[in-house]
Design a protein around this ligand. Structure first.
Ligand SMILES: NC(=O)c1ccc[n+]([C@@H]2O[C@H](COP(=O)([O-])OP(=O)(O)OC[C@H]3O[C@@H](n4cnc5c(N)ncnc54)[C@H](O)[C@@H]3O)[C@@H](O)[C@H]2O)c1
Length: 262
C-alpha cells in the first residue's frame, strides 16, 4: 500500500517547531498546519507570535539554552497536542568573524543555542516520539556545514556539529522508528538576513553579492526551505533518514563558468 501524499498528508500528526515565531520556522509551522498537522511552536518569544497564524497553532515560550524551560515547554506542547510525532529543531543564531574574532563567551553562546538547543529539545521530545507510529525529526543545518564560507568560523563550526549530530541521532533512533534528517539552506530571505543587510555598509551591494553567490541567482525563500522540511517529515519520506537535503539554489553542488561562458 502506498503512503498518503498530497496537500493534507500530515493529517493526524502532531508537530513542534522551535524558532517558530520567525523566518524558516514560521514558514514551516504554517505549512505543516496547512498540510493537516496539529502544530505547536516554541520560541524565546520576545516578539510574540504574529497575529495571522493559523488559529490552531499553539505558542510556547522557552529559550533553548534553558533545559528546565525546554522540558516544561515540550511537555506542555505534547500534552496540548495529545502527543508528538514531528520535531523541527530550527532555532538558531548567527555569528560573523574568523577564528580570531569571536571571544570564548560568544563561542559558548552560539554552540549553546545552535547545538545544545537541539540536544535539549530532542531529549525532551524523545519519549513522545518513541510512542508515535510516525516519528520524524528535522534539524535546520546550513550550507555553512558543507562549504567553507569566509567570516563564518563559529557559525560554520556550530552547523558542522548539527550535521554530524543529525547522522548520529539517525543511527541511534532508527530502530525506535524515528527518522532524523536535516536541511541545508543557502542564504534565505528571512528577518535574519534583513538584519544582516541592514548592518552592512552598502545593503544593496551586499544583497546582490549574496544573490550572485547562489547559482540560481537569488536568495532562497523561507517557504522553499519549509517545503523541504515538510517532505522530510512526511510519510512519503518513510525510507529517508540520515540525509542532508540542500536547499541552496545549487550553491553546494554546482560549479558554473562565469555568466559570459557556457
Ligand atoms: N536565513 C538564512 O540564510 C539561513 C541559512 C541557513 C540556515 N539558517 C538556519 O535557519 C534557522 C532559522 O533561521 P531564520 O533565518 O529563519 O532566522 P530568524 O532569526 O528569522 O528566526 C530564528 C528564530 O529562532 C528563535 N531563537 C533564536 N534563539 C533562540 C533561543 N535561544 N531559544 C528559542 N528560540 C530562539 C528566534 O527568536 C527566531 O524566532 C537557523 O537555525 C539558521 O541557522 C538560516
Amino acid at each position: 500500500m502506498s503512503e498518503p501524499t498530497g496537500p493534507r498528508e500530515l493529517t493526524g500528526l502532531r508537530a513542534l517547531v522551535t524558532g517558530g515565531a520567525s523566518g524558516i520556522g514560521l514558514a514551516t509551522a504554517r505549512l505543516l498546519a496547512e498540510r493537516g498537522a496539529a502544530v505547536a511552536v516554541l520560541d524565546r518569544g520576545t516578539g510574540g507570535l504574529p497575529d495571522d497564524l493559523p488559529k490552531e497553532l499553539l505558542g510556547f515560550t522557552a529559550d533553548v539554552t534553558d533545559d528546565a524551560a525546554v522540558r516544561a515547554a515540550v511537555t506542555a506542547a505534547a500534552e496540548a497536542l495529545g502527543g508528538l510525532d514531528l520535531l523541527v529543531n530550527n532555532a538558531g543564531i548567527g555569528a560573523a568573524g574568523t577564528v580570531e574574532d569571536n571571544p570564548d563567551e560568544q563561542w559558548h553562546q552560539v554552540l549553546d543555542v545552535n547545538v545544545l538547543g537541539i540536544v535539549r529539545t530532542s531529549r525532551a521530545a524523545l519519549p513522545y516520539l518513541r510512542a508515535s507510529a510516525h516519528a520524524a525529526v528535522v534539524n535546520t543545518c546550513s550550507i555553512a556545514a558543507t562549504a567553507g564560507l569566509p567570516q563564518r568560523a563559529l557559525y560554520s563550526a556550530s552547523k558542522g556539529a548539527v550535521l554530524s549530530l543529525t547522522l548520529a541521532m539517525a543511527a541511534d533512533h532508527i530502530r525506535e522508528g524515528i527518522r532524523v534528517n536535516c536541511v541545508n539552506p543557502g542564504t534565505a530571505d528571512t528577518p535574519w538576513i534583513s538584519r544582516l543587510l541592514d548592518s552592512a555598509d552598502d545593503p544593496a551591494a551586499e544583497r546582490a553579492a549574496l544573490m550572485a553567490r547562489q547559482p540560481h541567482g537569488r536568495l532562497v525563500s523561507a517557504e522553499e526551505v519549509a517545503a523541504a522540511i515538510a517532505y522530510l517529515l512526511s510519510p512519503a519520506a518513510g525510507s529517508v533518514t540520515g540525509t542532508a537535503l540542500a536547499v541552496d539554489g545549487g550553491m553546494q553542488g554546482l560549479r558554473l563558468r562565469p555568466p559570459s561562458g557556457n
